[in-house]
Design a protein around this ligand. Structure first.
Ligand code: NDP
Ligand code: 8X3
Length: 265
């Protein structure tokens, strides 16, 4: 889309799943003149993805892989100041980095897992948002830029075995809603996309690398693909400046709630 031309886009958690697909989709949609900053902890994977993108769409898209652990406040604080000058004018922030650990129920949840989920999904997203707002607020008359947060159906309803993850995504939801109101007098758009079930590394991470357990989650159903969500993110970013896709819930066809889905026997 012409509307994305010349933009600088940062995607967190771009090394896998929805984040990777989103980066690729931005490049495909605006192959002529885009700056893409790919961030995650796995820098080697990001470098590979950057090469793949350049191979597919050519040199019109400038891709910069940057190692960034969003759960570390000092890394987030240094993120923009350490970018090459030509990448510092960020227009679009996609807050996608996030994870779930385990299916333990309250009383038995590991302290470390609680901390990892909270620091990544909540504090990480908030700190990235604050960092980019410094840039957005200086732009135009009143401030301009896009924040697209990846929430989840899990932020709209709890489910057993997901209490902490659900709480983190509920926090994303109310944070998003509150800052949209705070920024009402600006041209800064605050958007949220809440996916239902998407097949990514999400469940592999949840089960500590146990692929067999992860595969069971998707047995008998047809989950969304990362591309399905990437398309909605790029759609939201590509709307005319007066249009805010405030809130979008996206299910695969078999799903009707976090834990209600039709499974083929
Ligand atoms: P993946 O596990 O495939 O991708 C998660 C990404 O987040 C990876 O790129 C990972 O990169 C990154 N990440 C994790 N921790 C950190 C960190 N501390 N700092 C920076 N990056 C980090 O899962 P998804 O693509 O499914 O997840 C993306 C988002 O979508 C998450 O916020 C998730 O909660 C949300 N979501 C997922 C759904 C699903 O069913 N899959 C449904 C609804 C929402 P690295 O390990 O290299 O740091
Ligand atoms: C991921 C979807 O509901 O399986 O956000 O936790 S869920």
């Amino acid at each position: 889309s012409k509307r994305l031309e010349g933009k600088t886009v940062v995607v967190t958690g771009a090394s896998s799943g929805i984040g990777k697909a989103t980066a690729v989709e931005f490049a495909r949609t605006s192959p002529k003149n885009l700056k893409l900053i790919l961030t995650a902890r796995r820098i080697d994977t990001l470098k590979q993805i950057a090469e793949e993108i350049k191979k597919e769409v050519g040199e019109g898209v400038k891709v910069l892989p940057v190692q960034l652990d969003v759960s570390k406040p000092e890394q987030v604080r240094n993120f923009i100041p350490n970018l090459p000058k030509e990448f510092q004018e960020i227009d679009v922030l996609v807050n996608n980095a996030g994870l779930v650990k385990g299916v333990d129920k309250a009383g038995d949840i590991k302290e470390e897992d609680i901390e990892t989920m909270m620091l990544t999904n909540v504090n990480g997203l908030i700190n990235m948002t604050q960092a980019c707002l410094q840039v957005f607020r200086k732009r135009g008359e009143s401030g301009q830029g896009d924040i697209i947060n990846i929430g989840s159906i899990a932020g709209r309803m709890g489910y057993p075995g997901g209490s902490i993850y659900c709480a983190t995504k509920a926090a994303v939801r109310t944070f998003t809603e509150a800052i949209r109101m705070e920024l009402i007098a600006t041209r800064i758009r605050v958007m949220e996309i809440d996916p239902g079930q998407v097949e990514t590394e999400f469940s592999v991470v949840r089960f500590g690398g146990d692929k067999a357990k992860a595969d069971k989650v998707y047995e008998g159903v047809t989950p969304l693909t990362p591309d399905d969500i990437a398309e909605t993110v790029v759609f939201a970013a590509g709307r005319p400046e007066n249009v805010v896709i405030a809130d979008m819930l996206v299910y695969p066809n078999h799903q009707g709630a976090a834990t209600v889905m039709h499974r083929k026997p």
